[in-house]
Design a protein around this ligand. Structure first.
Ligand code: CO
Length: 244
């Protein structure tokens, strides 16, 4: 048996199952796609975009790279964004990070990793920018990394807003909202950071509020001894309520 035979076999089973449920599924989909969402997430195999949000083929346009980074010189990412916004006219772009991200962790690890360190430099810049804020979590490696994963999503969500593509879409009155999410590997749940920018005027406010939430989290943490017991999500639920 060839090493990939089991994969090809399960592909046949999957296609048969889908067709059985909806005989026209593939035929209809082959003619056109009309997804409303663009997902920009990490390449990590544990964060499969469609599965996490229960979406079928055709419902989600996806771009993934190491640590969900949006760089203004990355033609690959920008081409995906341009096609999604200008041709598919998606209504939402979600930047989706995840807790325990190896790329984010490696960005602050002093050990050299070779070529990828040039890519991770983008996250290292996020770390340097928020070094003071992050120092509040220096006692716990896990929480320190959690906060950097969140800050990375906030910064990359802002980067998406600042691309010429999104700027032009907004200037032309196109309906488009940029969101920031962080996925939890340990429970399969998405943590909504409630960064939601629907026009140019909202970007700076949404950015400031999101950063402010992490500052408030730091202040809340100071008054409490048992912070480790709180999951990042319950912290964010409290913060979102506070700012809601
Ligand atoms: Co990752």
């Amino acid at each position: 048996m060839k090493p990939l035979t089991p994969l090809l076999e399960s592909n046949r089973e999957w296609a048969a199952k889908v067709s059985e449920k909806n005989p026209e599924f593939f035929e209809t989909l082959a003619k056109q796609q009309a997804p409303e969402y663009l997902w920009i997430g990490c390449s990590d195999s544990r964060v499969p975009a469609n599965e996490i949000v229960g979406m079928l083929p055709g419902e989600l346009f996806v771009h993934r790279n190491v640590a969900n980074v949006v760089v203004h010189t990355d033609m690959n990412c920008l081409s995906v964004v341009q096609y999604a916004v200008q041709v598919l006219k998606v209504k939402h772009i979600m930047v989706v990070g995840h807790y325990g991200c190896g790329g984010v962790q490696a960005s602050i690890d002093p050990t050299p990793h070779g070529m990828i360190d040039n890519w991770l430099r983008n996250i290292r810049n996020v770390y340097n920018k928020h070094k003071d804020l992050l120092s509040a979590w220096s006692d716990s490696e896990k929480e320190h990394l959690d906060r950097l994963c969140e800050l990375n999503v906030i910064e990359q969500a802002r980067n998406i807003c600042e691309t010429t593509i999104v700027q032009e879409a907004w200037a032309g009155g196109q309906e488009l909202t940029v969101h920031g999410w962080v996925y939890g590997l340990s429970d399969g749940l998405i943590n909504d950071l409630e960064f939601n920018a629907a026009n140019q005027g909202e970007v700076e406010d949404q950015y400031k509020i999101a950063i402010r939430k992490i500052e408030v989290m730091r202040d809340m943490m100071r008054g409490e001894e048992e912070t480790d017991a709180q999951s990042a999500r319950s912290l964010w639920d409290r913060l979102n309520k506070l700012f809601g």
